[in-house]
Write a protein that binds this ligand. Structure first.
Ligand code: HOZ
Length: 425
């Protein structure tokens, strides 16, 4: 596929936007080549400004669980826009959104709408600190919770991809307020609480990591987080921005049968619009202004267009969607595993439902250290091979790919065939 168009657009973009992109991993820096500039998207497909059609396994990094431009969601957006794009005043739509989220996530007794996953985690942690009167935050190496200063410490996603897990511009005294531990390491968690338990406000984690590639929790890890926090009076926070309504309608907490103290949601829950949410136990959420002293606000929070899109999406998430996603995910995983074996290439496919990563390392990948062993050059070559064959895969070894209910078995088989060929390039 000729990519003169992408090249020309990228050159133009780089003159006026840092790195030519509005979010770092989009720049293809770790895989080489020019990013695809998108003209439009429909169902499981992206159509590039270069005229090419791609089977999309990025899905806007998660939200597009029903595929792009779903007619019901487009209709909801259109009709909401005709009624005004933003009011800065409450609407009945926001109540319906909160009621829906609480119905799906019973651990969330109250919920606040915000505009991005970054805002959700930032606000949840502020509420946790306000509630406990403690300052220390615990996160896990390779988990990414948005770009708030105190969370850009040993962070995954683009920060890991670009080799800057500890961002410049974060004051040392701010970073010192965050302690990091290896993911899946219960003894390390217990040891930290034994020594500093009285100072810890909250433990935040991705209950399935998507931001260092897909890394599932080991049996007992999530349970340990919830119980250790409860024992020491700290707040457990599941960042389900990626896993929420993705690994199950009620997220990973539904699959695990757990009720964390707080939950952060975004992506799917936002209907593919700039909408996210945080919430949790009533006693914690009652600390949030105007009820309590923890301040958090936003002109576009609960925006009527975004909330309308979210409601239209959420009401379409039935059991059939998740059955289809599981079947497609299993098919993709088996096919990729066959392609690795046939090409005699070392790799492992990690998957939870419709979140998938092919790691170019023996595996299993259980934490930041094992993820870091992946052969990123091999990944880059494979990624280029997929792209040349019309498969749009996340341009980083350390990101999850996503299936949607709009994908077909034929789309998945095309990706498997592209992988087979790419591994032989
Ligand atoms: N943080 C997103 C992936 N984990 C990337 C968002 C984007 O670059 O659009």
């Amino acid at each position: 596929m000729s990519d003169d168009t992408s090249k020309a657009l990228f050159e133009r973009a780089k003159r006026v936007i840092p790195g030519g992109v509005n979010s770092p991993v989009r720049a293809f820096k770790s895989v080489g080549g020019d990013p695809v500039f998108v003209d439009r998207a429909e169902g499981a497909y992206l159509f590039g400004a270069n005229g090419a059609k791609y089977i999309d396994f990025v899905g806007s990094w998660g939200p597009m669980i029903l595929g792009h431009a779903h007619p019901a969601i487009v209709a909801a957006i259109t009709s909401a826009a005709a009624r005004g794009t933003s009011y800065g005043a409450p609407t009945e739509l926001e109540i319906r959104f909160a009621e829906k989220v609480i119905a799906l996530y019973p651990s969330m007794e109250m919920v606040r709408a915000v505009s991005s996953g970054t805002e959700a985690t930032m606000a949840a942690l502020r509420a946790a600190r306000g509630y406990t009167g403690r300052d220390l935050v615990v996160k896990f190496e390779g988990c990414y919770h948005g770009h708030a200063d105190f969370l850009l410490v040993k962070a995954g996603s683009g920060a890991m991809t670009l080799g800057i897990p500890d961002s410049a511009g974060v004051p040392a005294r701010v970073a010192e307020g965050t302690v990091t531990l290896p993911y899946n390491d219960v003894p390390a968690l217990e040891a930290l609480f034994a020594s500093r338990g009285k100072d810890i406000a909250a433990v935040i984690l991705e209950p399935v990591v998507g931001n260092m590639g897909v890394v599932p929790p080991k049996p007992g890890f999530l349970e340990a987080i919830v119980s250790v926090c409860a024992k020491h009076g700290a707040v457990s926070i599941f960042d389900e921005v990626m896993t929420g309504c993705r690994v199950a309608r009620g997220g990973m907490q539904e699959r695990a049968g757990l009720r964390p103290d707080m939950t952060c949601l975004g992506k799917i829950v936002g209907g593919g619009m700039p909408l996210a949410a945080y919430g949790g136990k009533r006693a914690i959420m009652e600390k949030v202004a105007p009820l309590g002293p923890v301040y958090q606000a936003g002109t576009l929070s609960g925006n009527p267009i975004a909330v309308s899109a979210a409601l239209a999406l959420l009401e379409r998430l039935d059991g059939a969607v998740y059955e289809k996603l599981e079947a497609l995910g299993a098919r993709l995983q088996a096919g990729f595993e066959r392609s690795l074996a046939a090409a005699k290439v070392t790799g492992c496919v990690q998957r939870v439902g419709s979140m998938v990563t092919l790691f170019f390392t023996e595996g299993p990948v259980t934490d930041f250290a094992s993820a870091s062993k992946a052969d990123t050059k091999r990944f880059a070559a494979w990624h280029r091979g997929l792209l040349q064959r019309g498969v749009y895969w996340p341009p980083s070894q350390f990101e999850a790919a996503f299936l949607s209910a709009a994908h077909t078995e034929a789309d998945v088989d095309a990706a498997i065939a592209a992988s087979e060929a790419a591994l032989r390039d």
